[in-house]
Design a protein around this ligand. Structure first.
Ligand code: HEC
Length: 129
């Protein structure tokens, strides 16, 4: 069966399979990137719920005084942690929520907090600028 025509058939199918491998790996990489992006945008229910609540500035300022002033200063002017007056201009609400609940940047701890309280804190931070 080693006629010239069957040889070229084999070559062609080898070519196809290496293209297939190439596209498969491309698809794998693309889906990994997609998962990673979705993961880092945190479409998690906590954030969705928090952002759907209209926060209360006064309650947020109380929560801030209890939990955050030790590091961010009594009027959020910055101490161990940074000044938060411009923070809502620099970071999206999602990022701020993540900052508070995930504890990604030690020494700032992660806070176990209700969506309503988080919404109040966000409202307070928005009131700072
Ligand atoms: C133990 C100290 C500590 C406490 C308590 C703390 N933070 Fe922080 N926070 C920090 C530090 C330090 C950073 C800077 C982290 C970094 O390097 O990105 C920070 C960063 C932040 C940022 C991001 C600022 C920016 O410009 O990137 C926000 C928003 C924030 N804190 C909000 C809060 C809120 C709201 C609370 C209270 C619920 C809180 N923090 C309590 C220490 C603290």
């Amino acid at each position: 069966m080693n006629t010239p025509s069957s040889k070229s058939l084999i070559n062609q199918s080898q070519k196809i399979s290496s293209w297939r491998i190439f596209f498969l790996s491309l698809a794998t990489i693309a889906s990994l990137i997609l998962l990673w992006t979705l993961g880092s945008f945190h479409n998690d229910p906590f954030i969705t719920e928090t952002l759907s609540i209209n926060g209360d500035v006064l309650s947020g300022s109380k929560l801030f005084k209890i939990n955050c002033v030790g590091c961010h200063g009594i009027s959020a002017q910055g101490l161990v942690g940074p000044d938060l007056h411009e923070v809502t201009k620099e970071l999206s609400d999602k990022k701020i929520v993540n900052q508070v609940i995930k504890g990604l940047t030690p020494p700032m701890p992660s806070f176990e907090i209700e969506p309503k309280s988080m919404a109040d804190l966000l409202a307070y931070m928005h009131s700072l600028n």
